[in-house]
Write a protein that binds this ligand. Structure first.
Ligand code: ADP
Ligand code: MG
Length: 253
């Protein structure tokens, strides 16, 4: 089976700063893959490389069997053209810590924007699908609300619906609940749990170890640009093998 994401010796530097130092990992289709680690360890950078927001400095990174940003022909590698990069990005949904909704658009308009503008879907069709998606994230009656009229948890659920509207084959979550008041975290995690049950492939950067344990299929602990250890969430969380993992978990658990 082709992995949904495969990283082989992926490096990323910003100038003299070496941030990803040889990441090797594989995410299977339908897997919920949790990525945890201290601040500054390179988690966001890794997600951003998958989604073309950053370019890797060395190694190989592929999504669903296609190199990210490149095409291989024989032993030659070509950079993709802008149009081809856009096509790759379309298949990947990303949800950030900050909800990043368009403030001047209603929830419904936020969800229909990309399908209409990027995919050329008809307005009527996009609206019908957007209503279903808002329903799926528990916001059926909030379509006409502007982001400022919604709680942080509701905004984040709109952001998830907006990403799903492009029918991605992979969803990236970068600390989706870290900016939320504690009482709003559960409603966002519940939506993510539903997505997982529906078989969505997800990479989730999170400090929510309860979610990782219950919903995650695998967990990778990253520190200082390397994968320190990985395994079933329950195993890594209850019986971490490395000092750095133990020290991190003692702070977040
Ligand atoms: P995490 O998400 O695990 O907290 P990040 O991937 O955001 O870590 O950051 C890892 C390191 O890369 C940090 O030291 C950060 O300052 C650095 N970094 C991230 N983006 C840039 C950038 N655009 N330019 C320079 N340094 C960056
Ligand atoms: Mg980060």
């Amino acid at each position: 089976m082709t992995p949904m994401v495969k990283a082989e010796a992926v490096h990323k530097s910003f100038g003299a700063s070496h941030v990803l130092k040889g990441i090797d990992l594989e995410v299977a289709p339908r897997e919920v893959f949790c990525l945890v680690g201290p601040s500054g360890s390179g988690k966001s950078t890794f997600l951003r490389c998958i989604n073309h927001l950053e370019k890797i400095s060395a190694g190989r990174l592929s999504v669903d069997g296609q190199l990210v940003g490149y095409r291989q022909k024989g032993d030659k590698i070509y950079e993709l053209k802008e149009r081809e990069v856009a096509a790759q990005r379309r298949d990947i949904g990303m949800v950030f810590q900050r909800f990043n909704l368009f403030p001047h658009m209603t929830a419904l308009e936020n969800v229909t924007e990309a399908p209409v503008q990027v995919k050329g879907e008809s307005k009527a069709n996009a609206v019908e699908r957007a209503r279903k998606l808002l329903d799926r994230v528990g916001l059926r009656d909030k379509g006409d609300h502007y982001p400022a009229q919604l709680s942080g948890g509701q905004q984040q659920r709109v952001a998830i619906a907006r990403a799903l509207a492009m029918e991605p084959k992979l969803m990236l979550f970068d600390e989706p609940t870290s900016a939320l008041d504690p009482e709003l975290v559960g409603e966002v995690l519940d939506v993510m749990r539903g997505l997982a049950e529906d078989g969505m492939t997800m990479i989730v950067v999170t400090h929510e170890m309860g979610f990782a344990r219950e919903v995650g299929d695998s967990l990778v602990f990253m520190d200082d640009g390397v994968v320190v250890e990985s395994g079933r969430p329950r195993e890594v969380l209850t019986d971490p093998q490395h000092e750095r993992t133990k020290s991190f978990l003692s702070k977040v658990l």
